[in-house]
Design a protein around this ligand. Structure first.
Ligand SMILES: C[S@@+](CC[C@H](N)C(=O)[O-])C[C@H]1O[C@@H](n2cnc3c(N)ncnc32)[C@H](O)[C@@H]1O
Length: 276
């Protein structure tokens, strides 16, 4: 079978659970990663592919069971680079790329701490795109292992430490100029209506908070940031679009100034920042 035909076949199979555009782009990722073909080759190359000699059948079975392509191939794109992922790391989102972009518009150097770092996508990208020194913290040791591998693979000097931010503080680290966090922020009510691929495969620890206390991480991190940031230091949060005003209020109550709520590419409240 030719690559183009295989791409069409996979796209068609995936439309049973994904919309057309998503199915098509997952099929491209599969062919690119498993057959080392770029888009032009997929469309134009006339070479025959021996499908039986590939992992097509077993990968298709996993895809149709709603497993994200990023976990099947073990990596995902973020800010122009490929990050290694496993079931303990969230799949990086484009909203988080926007967070990185905003930080880069305003900061070129200093020490930055990322709380809840997952694959390390935020501090590694920032370290590679600027002169910022970066540190990533996470409660999940398996995620930290991947983050360290990503830093090594991509040539970033980012350091990683294990920390449960709800119980530990930042006193053992140098005083940062910037703190950033994309903490768990999906409520139980939202989980009930989320896509199966997220609910069944992405790590609970990375995503969910209780309906009773959805801002638990924001309150805690704002407290720590207020105490630990250098004078005129900045705090950046990625937020649940429902809680823009409440999150900004948490910062104002703790003496942060120049606070701002920034919308994402879909026009939803997504970033809250402030200076102390
Ligand atoms: C929404 S994910 C963000 C991952 C990554 N920064 C990104 O943007 O793709 C939240 C991260 O917070 C971590 N986390 C959850 N509870 C934590 C805690 N108590 N202390 C530190 N990290 C925690 C999770 O393991 C997860 O990696």
């Amino acid at each position: 079978m030719k690559a183009k035909e295989l791409h069409q076949q996979l796209t068609k199979a995936l439309t049973s659970i994904y919309d057309g555009n998503e199915a098509q782009s997952i099929a491209y990722i599969w062919l690119e990663e498993r057959l080392q073909l770029d888009k032009v080759n997929i469309l134009l190359d006339q070479k025959e592919i021996d499908v039986k000699a590939t992992t097509y059948e077993s990968d298709l079975e996993r895809l149709l069971d709603h497993e994200p392509i990023q976990y099947i191939i073990g990596e995902g794109d973020f800010y122009g680079r490929k990050f290694l992922l496993n079931k303990d790391t969230l799949i990086p989102r484009s909203e988080t790329e926007e967070l990185v972009w905003h930080i880069l518009q305003n900061h070129k150097e200093g020490l930055l701490i990322d709380i809840g770092t997952g694959s390390g996508c935020i501090p590694i990208s920032l370290a590679l795109e600027s002169n910022l020194q970066t540190i990533g913290l996470d409660i999940n040791k398996n995620a930290l292992e991947k983050a360290k591998k990503n830093a090594e693979k991509l040539g970033a000097s980012t350091r990683f430490f294990h920390k449960n931010i709800l119980e530990e503080n930042l006193d053992d680290l140098d005083q940062p100029d910037i703190i950033v966090s994309n903490p768990p922020y999906v409520t139980e009510a939202e989980k009930a209506i989320m896509n199966e691929n997220v609910v069944r495969y992405e790590p609970d620890l990375a995503l969910y908070v209780s309906d009773d206390n959805p801002l638990i991480f924001y309150r805690r991190i704002a407290d720590l940031a207020q105490k630990r940031l250098k004078k005129n230091g900045w705090l950046y949060f990625e937020i649940n679009e429902q809680f823009g005003k409440e999150t900004e209020q948490l910062l104002l109550e703790r003496g942060f100034t120049k606070t701002e709520i920034i919308k994402d590419f879909q026009g939803k409240d997504r970033i809250v920042k402030g200076m102390i």
